[in-house]
Design a protein around this ligand. Sequence first.
Ligand code: AMP
Length: 456
Amino acid sequence: MSEEATPRAEKPRKFQAIKGVRDLLPPETALWNNVEQTANSVFSTYGFGEIRVPIFEPTELFARSIGVDTDVVGKEMYSFDDRDETSVSLRPEATASVCRAYIEHGMQQLPQPVKLYYTGPMFRRERPQKGRYRQFYQIGAEILGGQDAPAIDAEVIEMVMTFFDKLNLQGVELSINSIGHNAPNCRPAYVELLRAELTKVKDKLGPDSQRRIDTNPLRVLDSKAENEQAIIATLPHIADHLCAECAAHYAAVKRQLELRGVIYQENWRLVRGLDYYMRTTFEITAEGLGSQNAVCGGGRYDGLVELLGGPPTKGIGFAIGEDRLILSLQEQARQAESANAASGASPGKSPVTSHHSLDVYVAWMGEKTYATAVRAAKDLRQAGFSVELPPTEQKFGKALGQADKLDAKFALILGEDEVTEGLWTLKTLDDGAQVKLPEPALIEHLCNSLNARKPL
Ligand code: AMP
């Protein structure tokens, strides 16, 4: 556009991120990386490989798998017509996509089961609040194919709990339930019973629950409405209506969890919001999150691959809300810091509080030193240190002030004397100690002192 085309008086619009959508900035992103790397290393010890699925898919894929009567599909998807007029949607979750990919790439030909994990953004148009966003991030895993052995349910739960444990997440509580399966003598019979009981008390329920009596009575059990709690407490429990196979499967899952030392509580109201679940469902909550305290939800979905046009395939998986996981870790770190401050103890280095740390600030003075400074910065970065090289010359005092502001651990002082002598000055900013060393010895000195301080 030519300059003349821009009207002079008009102030450029200031843009802001869309409601419910946020930027993640350093130093917080270091924590996100840390969490994702931990997921990668824990999940790979259980034999999972990473899958990356598209951000958008045909709307039909989600409608068919998650269910048209769910809030996610009915009210929360970002859907639009593509230029060829097919409806596409930003993914509200990734299980449907993983199953689509399993079918599309003929993964049933691979040794079964296939174990896949993913990380990435999901999109749901929910009412934003702390811990609930319209673009949020999930870390999830799916096991597809093979058997529906209860040991698999227990192992996948053990894996999430191990991951949380590795992150030192506090106040973790696991709830489990079984919601039976779709065969006629199991969940459908219970759903009818529930519908009949709910119809009797319909007048006492709010509009959402009243609507769900028709569309999805199980979801009434999810209700948080204060005035419905006493009514819900009197409803029949699914555990008393499971068929023999589902009851045996559930009992075996509990035994398998106990065998693995995984502590759980049972919650008969845990039905989960998405239609495709069957038998085992689970949810994990953590501290410091207020009302949105679920950090992970998951369960078994043996019919889903078939529903999407694939062969009959067993399936189980979970999705962790990464935003909430991070919020909980941050809250935990804040509490630990204030407890330390109160007791006068020095705060331990935690992955949550450690910010992007600068190892060396190169304080170069005099044009003649610049080429050496550039080389020194490059060599130190090659050796793995984080280095800040000011692009223009600074006075000594200003350079050290800047090094201090950036919280550098060392200042490498390069004046003309240092460069001619080949002896560089290294100042430790904590205590002001200085040493003069030739370059190779200086790198070794830095390695020794930084490694001694770096947490493992
Ligand atoms: P779901 O896919 O609904 O089973 O959710 C799995 C997990 O994703 C939940 O336990 C939350 O931790 C997280 N989650 C779901 N929706 C949101 C959202 N709108 N904002 C942040 N996290 C979410």
